[in-house]
Write a protein that binds this ligand. Structure first.
Ligand code: ADP
Ligand code: MG
Length: 702
């Protein structure tokens, strides 16, 4: 485990001092020895290999060549002064240039000698060139080769830090000092049985070799050890929380399947459930009979039918004398859920109400009363339903839709609505990658609906460039003539709100011209409208009074209009993958063949092209989620901010699925045998865990 030594503030490391420490804190959040130790290289430059000059390509990263210097000269005056050195090997010529430190460097270079030249190649007039390369005199003796030819670490730095001579090299020096002086204080934090079983490198070596590996095997072992350790302790924390929660909180027992559930299942449910839906219901049934509070994440692709499952769970709660609520992130979505539930359970069957910010005071009071006297069964709403004023008689089941928009705190707030906390079912809007699910929601149980209802035709996705716009209009007309409805969506991204609105305005104008009244009717919905106006426009579209819905991304989440079968996404290159997938999920909800058309400009970034190609290639949300994470990195996926994912220093959730699974399974195994980590062989773990979690009291719940 970390010895106290490593908590020492960074200014006390030899060679740092007050001002560099300030810069390190500000720029890289390096406060202590430990933070510096964990500032791992972001890549390693392979200095084991020499390139021939003729093999150097313009797009290469740093390379190393062995060449003889033939000539050196200082050119230019004052500001344009530069040192130009010519070098050659048996395959070609290389020009080296310096614009700073000219005089000193010039003195050290001896024409006629062979140098190891290391730098980032560029090309000028078709000639290979390097600016400010590192030069080292080459001796043909074997000794030198051994000493220098390794993997050189490269560290993230910033412009500011470079002013303090803390570029990659400078940071490397600090880390070398740290290891030289304090490596002896790096102690093991995993028990021997784990080290042996997974053949882990010991901690001290791993910390050294991740910075200064002698070869790539050693590097791999060091990385594996540190990734494993990091993921292991994160899982230990998550699963410990889960364990404590299940020990601490009793759960309401839903042991009856009563009239509400049965009546609905036998007489009201308009379609057979998919096997996946049945399986999830069974999992939840089991959870809610154990006397332990349920915290379950329900993952399923758009349109996989999560809402019906949620409703049936709520009916189960009602059968057992409880109330239920469902919370959605937007008013439109809450309204949609309300409508869906109302349409599935006709009047008089159960009492359902909608509570959002725009419900007038009087109606709100009535809802409060009904909740308190228990006559209201299901409350649907937005954040409004976690306000303190909202009190339930006996809340037994909570559904949170589109979780990533709600924080953990809000989840916790709902728990406190009842003495015995309600069971909680969290539904995500889009699937998230497996590794993220295991970390972000590692303290929850996970259910997956991995099957779409039968008879759905897969949505066809087409990518059109601006030049094909007329074809797109033609296609819209053709579909509208068949009685279908069409969404046209424009991006709305905060940083360029003005530009976005102009896009939308232009779009509305074009659409109105292309689709004139009275033959065509348009609904227009964007963020600047009042809730009531939005609602009015939405309703016209839902009722089929308008054929085209022109909108910004406010329609992204959850909206369900089965007759809408075409989704046009304008400036599709500006949307993220998960957002594109979300939007596409608005169609394909009825029996008709549905289409998604991605409109983009001709010139696309590399990532932009991958995103659009991915959309054309697959409808599978889980696959899309994985690619999204590869493109953006786990830290940029929505909702990861509070999850500890960002604190990972060694592990990478895009690539470390296997290590993560190993670590998680190991933790599960340990807790099964020794839930309090009381066994002698787990003492080291216990201590390390307590220390890592900052003396947090053990019965505190996250
Ligand atoms: P999501 O998982 O995206 O929330 P919804 O619950 O909104 O999906 O369901 C999408 C549509 O599919 C709804 O119109 C719903 O009534 C319908 N649906 C749900 N389950 C089934 C099923 N088993 N068979 C046929 N249609 C279903
Ligand atoms: Mg939904």
């Amino acid at each position: 485990m970390e010895s106290k030594q490593f908590q020492t503030p960074i200014e006390y490391l030899k060679g740092v001092g007050v001002s560099r420490a300030e810069a390190l804190k500000k720029e890289l959040q390096i406060y202590s020895f430990d933070d510096l130790l964990k500032h791992y290289p972001y890549k390693y430059i392979d200095r084991t290999r020499f390139y021939k000059i003729k093999d150097i390509q313009p797009d290469m990263p740093y390379v190393q060549v062995l060449a003889r210097v033939t000539q050196k000269e200082i050119l230019g005056e004052k500001h344009s002064k530069r040192l130009i050195v010519q070098a050659k090997d048996e395959t070609g010529f290389l020009e080296l240039a310096w614009f700073q430190g000219i005089r000193w460097i010039e003195k050290t270079i001896i024409p006629g000698k062979v140098y190891i030249i290391f730098g980032k190649p560029g090309f000028f007039n078709g000639k290979a060139q390097m600016s400010h390369p590192e030069l080292e005199l080459y001796f043909s003796g074997a000794n030198q080769q051994k000493g220098n030819l390794t993997l050189q670490p490269a560290y993230n730095s910033t412009e500011k830090l470079k002013q303090f001579s803390l570029d990659s090299k400078g940071i490397q020096k600090l880390i070398a000092t740290l290891l030289e002086q304090h490596a002896k204080d790096i102690h093991e934090n995993l028990p021997l049985y784990i080290i042996n079983r997974y053949r882990l490198m010991n901690r001290q070596e791993a910390c050294r070799y991740i910075h200064f590996p002698d070869n790539s095997n050693q590097l791999k072992e060091a990385q594996y050890r540190l990734k494993f350790e990091e993921l292991f302790f994160l899982q230990l924390k998550l699963l410990k929380n889960k364990l404590l929660r299940t020990q601490k909180f009793k759960g309401n027992i839903f042991d009856k399947v009563g009239n509400y559930f049965n009546e609905f299942y036998q007489h009201k449910l308009p379609f057979p459930l998919t096997n996946a839906q049945k399986r999830v219901l069974k999992e939840i049934r089991q959870d809610t009979q154990r006397g332990v509070q349920m915290n379950r994440l329900l993952q399923g692709d758009v349109g996989s039918g999560k809402t019906v499952v949620a409703l049936m769970c709520m009916l189960l709660a009602i059968d057992n004398g409880f109330q239920a609520c469902i919370m959605a992130p937007t008013e439109i979505l809450a309204t949609q859920h309300y409508e869906t539930i109302k349409s599935l359970v006709d009047d008089g069957f159960i009492e359902v109400a909608l509570l959002t910010g725009s419900v007038p005071q009087k109606a709100r009071k009535a809802i409060h009363h009904q909740l308190e006297d228990g006559s209201l069964h299901i409350l649907v709403g937005t954040h409004a339903l976690i306000e303190d004023k909202v009190q339930y008689k006996n809340l037994g089941f909570v559904v949170i839709d589109e979780q990533h928009r709600f924080g953990v705190e809000q989840r916790a707030k709902l728990w406190r609505k009842n003495i015995v906390p309600p069971h909680v079912l969290v539904m995500t809007a889009t699937p998230i990658p497996r590794t993220l699910a295991m970390t972000m929601y590692g303290d929850l149980d996970i259910s997956v609906i991995d099957e779409l209802p039968a008879g759905r035709k897969p949505i066809q996705t087409i990518h059109f460039y601006e030049a094909q716009r007329l074809r797109m209009f033609g296609f819209m007309k053709q579909e509208i003539a068949k009685g279908r409805q069409v969404y046209v969506v424009y991006p709305l991204i905060k940083e360029s709100e003005k530009l976005d609105l102009k896009n939308l305005d232009d779009g509305i104008e074009t659409m109105s011209r292309e689709f004139p009244k009275p033959q065509y009717q348009l609904s227009i919905v964007h963020g600047k409208l009042k809730a009531s106006e939005k609602e009015y426009e939405m309703q016209r579209f839902i009722k089929g009074e308008t054929q085209i819905m022109v909108a910004t991304t406010v329609i992204e989440v959850g909206v369900n209009v089965p007759n809408a079968s075409v989704m046009i996404i304008e400036n599709a290159e500006r949307f993220g993958l998960s957002q594109l997938h979300q939007l596409r999920g608005r169609v394909g909800r009825g029996a008709e063949q549905s289409y998604c058309i991605l409109m983009s400009k001709e010139k696309l970034s590399n990532d932009g092209r991958i995103r659009l190609n991915t959309m054309v290639k697959t409808n599978n949300g889980f696959e899309i989620a994985e690619i999204d994470m590869q493109l953006r990195g786990p830290g940029n996926i929505e909702g990861t901010q509070q999850s500890g994912v960002l604190d990972l220093k060694a592990a990478d959730l895009t690539t470390d699925y296997e290590i993560l699974t190993q670590a998680r399974n190991l933790v599960i195994e340990i807790f099964e045998k020794d839930p309090h980590l009381a066994a002698p062989e787990n003492q080291l773990l216990n201590q390390a865990f307590q220390q890592k979690n900052g003396g947090l009291s053990w019965d505190k719940i996250s």
